[in-house]
Design a protein. Structure first.
Length: 278
């Protein structure tokens, strides 16, 4: 299905066209109409299926109609990590380029000046707040954040948030929101604790469960159970056995990027570029 076949505003379609987005992914095709109808939703979908656009596009579609107050927080998107919050914020900037919709990303691990920027955005009432639970709760506890006008509450990668121990933080944040809101939850899995959370904060939700996609037959998957100190040696060993033409190595931190880059260069391998989030 094409985005143009969905009931999206012209400004939303214009942004999609500028970003060269034409065809919906399966999760977008199923989720966008449900969210546009105003229903609560719980969707099980893997990372990389296009779920960020699946919840941002219909919410932006509603916000750009001018039916919401401009001086209050209208939407809160919860993310388990700073990195994911940054990614959502980047997509938000692209999708809202042709719309009078404001947003602020709220996460920890930064300096005092960025905290003040977050405070200003929250105090003035950004339309969309993209936040990690702990940092948003810190701002809430300081008394200048008003969530009483939130119309849309979105939890992305909810299973990861619960695995990281954010259940109580989420419930504290929900207490500051009106009961009459639309709540949307995305999760890669559906364990009992996710179902419990859904039963607590969602109202008669629609459900979407996408089948987990399998890798192509030619792709070989392998897992190595090891200690942290053994990882680099395993990576080096893999490259000693065979050096493919093109390789992407994902690591968990900036320090690891530098360590792996240095180690592979010592093996006389052509490491073109190391890329990491700032």
């Amino acid at each position: 299905m094409k985005f143009s076949e969905l009931e999206l505003e012209e400004s939303v379609l214009e942004a999609l066209d500028a970003m060269r987005f034409d065809e919906c992914t399966p999760i977008q095709e199923q989720a966008i109409p449900i969210i546009l109808e105003g229903k609560d939703l719980i969707a099980v979908a893997q990372t990389g299926t296009g779920k960020t656009a699946a919840f941002l596009l219909p919410v932006l579609n509603k916000l750009c109609k001018g039916e919401h107050r401009q001086d209050v927080i209208n939407c809160v998107v919860m993310s388990p990590t700073r990195e994911l919050a940054q990614q959502i914020d980047q997509q938000m900037e692209g999708f809202s380029y042709f719309m009078p919709v404001s947003s602020v990303a709220v996460y920890g691990g930064n300096d005092g000046s960025l905290f003040e920027q977050q405070k200003k955005g929250l105090s003035l009432g950004a339309d969309v707040v993209i936040a990690t639970p702990g940092r948003l709760l810190s701002h809430l506890n300081l008394g200048y954040v008003d969530l009483s006008h939130v119309s849309y509450f979105i939890l992305d990668e909810a299973d990861r948030m619960l695995d990281m121990g954010f259940f109580d933080d989420i419930m504290q944040i929900v207490k500051h929101m009106p009961k009459e809101r639309q709540t949307i939850m995305f999760s890669a899995t559906m364990p009992a604790k996710i179902q419990q959370l859904a039963n607590t904060i969602l109202r008669n939700p629609s459900e979407i469960k996408l089948a987990v996609s399998k890798p192509a037959e030619k792709i070989i998957q392998a897992a190595y159970v090891c200690y942290e100190r053994q990882k680099l040696g395993i990576v080096q060993h893999l490259f000693e056995q065979e050096v493919p033409e093109k390789v992407i190595v994902f690591v968990s931190s900036k320090i690891k990027v530098k360590e792996v880059t240095r180690a592979l260069k010592m093996k006389k391998l052509n490491v073109v570029r190391a890329v990491y989030n700032s």
